[in-house]
Write a protein that binds this ligand. Structure first.
Ligand SMILES: Nc1ncnc2c1ncn2[C@@H]1O[C@H](COP(=O)(O)OP(=O)(O)OP(=O)(O)O)[C@@H](O)[C@H]1O
Ligand SMILES: [Mg+2]
Length: 251
């Protein structure tokens, strides 16, 4: 079964085409890497799949159901860590996570237990600071905690590891691997191709504006494409998206 299906998804911001006719299928239980250059529509696609943005055209199916931004039952079954984190800055971490847990329909006792466990595991026990006073990596950890607190069936993570220290990244990867072993699905964007190569089983590569140029299995290399053999994800990505050279005389 596919956990995610996109059929001709298109998103325009006014006249700006950000995602163009994107069709994609993500099997349930996969750790799926969604890759592409800056401005290629990755965050926009995640926004459309999680109800943060309205698509201009096309269809989104999650867990076998047609997804729209007002499908609240389906929204409770997914989790998202958006690019801009979506934190409520004036709150303390425990207040924010408790609010999110309750919003997702967890009862008070379960919320309290999970907030405590998440804060402990993610080393966010400094309760003297509000989210606006936290460091960048700490804020990122809170956003990650908020995306998993309700044990979603699909997790959308937009650049989740950026700014997180190595021990934090190792812990997150451990949780994500267990998550997919249980048959749940992770959809992840990252520019760190070594991480994607080690973590993900499948990937899709998009170019501007949100156009799919490749998707496939990345659990084994080399990959054959265009009559060539690619020993790793990076050369394949550069081949598809264009390698750039610029020689600045003064640099
Ligand atoms: N709120 C907005 N208003 C207008 N245009 C936008 C808006 N958000 C994104 N865009 C445009 O949509 C396109 C895709 O942007 P998006 O943020 O989805 O790319 P991305 O692949 O996530 O890039 P990055 O790797 O830099 O995070 C870009 O051309 C961008 O300028
Ligand atoms: Mg982005």
């Amino acid at each position: 079964m596919d956990a995610i299906r996109l059929a001709n998804l298109t998103k325009k911001y006014g006249p700006v085409l950000a995602v163009e006719n994107l069709s994609l299928a993500v099997p349930a239980g996969s750790m799926f890497g969604f890759l592409g250059p800056n401005g290629s529509g990755k965050s926009t696609t995640i926004g459309c799949m999680t109800g943060l943005l309205d698509p201009s055209a096309g269809e989104i199916e999650l867990l076998g159901e047609r997804f729209t931004a007002n499908h609240s039952d389906l929204k409770r079954r997914i989790g998202v860590m958006p690019e801009n984190l979506g934190l409520f800055e004036p709150l303390y971490a425990h207040e924010f996570l408790s609010f999110i847990g309750r919003m997702f329909g967890l009862d008070e006792a379960t919320t309290r237990t999970r907030v405590g466990e998440l804060l402990q595991a993610l080393e966010l026990t400094d309760s003297s600071k509000t989210l606006s006073e936290y460091s960048t990596g700490m804020r990122k950890r809170v956003a990650f905690a908020a995306s998993v607190i309700h044990s979603p069936e699909i997790l959308f993570l937009d650049e989740p590891f950026e700014s997180i220290d190595p021990a934090g990244v190792a812990l997150m990867k451990q949780w994500l691997r267990r998550f997919t072993e249980q048959g749940r699905t992770v959809f992840i964007t990252s520019h760190v191709l070594e991480t994607v190569e080690r973590l993900c089983t499948r990937a899709a590569i998009v170019t501007r504006p949100g156009k799919l140029v490749w998707q496939g299995d990345i659990s084994t290399f080399p990959i054959q494409y265009d009559g060539r053999e690619f020993p790793a994800l990076e050369p394949l990505f550069l081949h598809l998206t264009g390698e750039r050279y610029a020689d600045l005389k003064w640099l």
